[in-house]
Design a protein around this ligand. Sequence first.
Ligand SMILES: Cc1ncc(COP(=O)(O)O)c(C=O)c1O
Length: 345
Amino acid sequence: MKIVDLRSDTLTRPTPAMSRAIAEAEVGDDVFGEDPTVNKLEAMAAERLGKEAALFVASGTMGNLVSLLAHCGRGDEIILGSLSHTFFFEQGGSAAVGGIHPRTIPNQPDGTLPLPEIEAAIRADNVHFPRTRLIVLENTHNLCSGYPLDADYMQAVGDIARRHDLKIHVDGARFFNAAVALGVTPDRLAAEADSISFCLSKGLAAPVGSMVCGSQDFIAGARRARKVLGGGMRQAGVLAAAGIVALTEMVDRLADDHAHARQLAEGLAEMPGVSIDLSQIKSNIVFFELRRADMTVEQFLKMLDEGSARMLPVGVGRIRAVTHYHISAEDIDYTLSVCAKILKA
Ligand SMILES: Cc1ncc(COP(=O)(O)O)c(C=O)c1O
């Protein structure tokens, strides 16, 4: 029996077209710059995001880390959201590996950092202070229900960055979800970013890999950082081949995932003891709270699992469900019927 697994969009398996592309990939040594498939993927990614160059990396975490290492030196400060993946879920890698100091600002429910708070966090030139170098944003914002940051907000942050001679990095693990949800082209949404990382291995369904995009100079720095982290892969074209299919065939269909997330959220909102803000649901991530005296989150998720559906506990009383390539409208109906039985809706 199928398990409707909504824990994450990282669970996606390669499509048949990806498997064929992997089997037939033309490869070379990518550390020598000689893997034609990696080179093709990097050129495609740069073009899609309107940047000069791109770099294929092993993961979203590595994409963010090489970006931060390329922008900042030891003792430099970055401004980022208190709920950002980079701050929360990446082992503090930029501090641990790069000596980069994090300055957090509370994320708003829509994933933004308030503009006055960004401006207030920028350090004056003073011997006591670290130097502010970089503003890090996340689009879509994972812990803020996959909310997308729009082009107007990006421009407003860009204005601040220009005034203070700062750079902007976007953790765009689900950047194409943001572009599809907002109905804007990825290059327009990326225009204010000096660097941007996005994942091939989430909603785009490739088995492995992320891309980092930016200027030629920035990518040269990111490439050096990737090497010192042990991320210089050799015949990586076998992985990049799936990434090319991801960019070519898997972007437009993200709209289906967003529709399924809304279907799920609207169904859950009807159920007793479920607290959910429907205005938050803009892409493929659904967060809700279970407020039941008779049932813990763990008990609910266990019963859900016994009914062949899965979601993820994230934080106290919160549950996350993420739609993706392997989840259909029927799967959502099925999941809602299991939830209704458990919650006796
Ligand atoms: C917003 C965000 N950034 C970065 C990452 C890290 O990606 P990876 O798991 O490929 O390291 C994730 C993973 O879930 C994410 O949600």
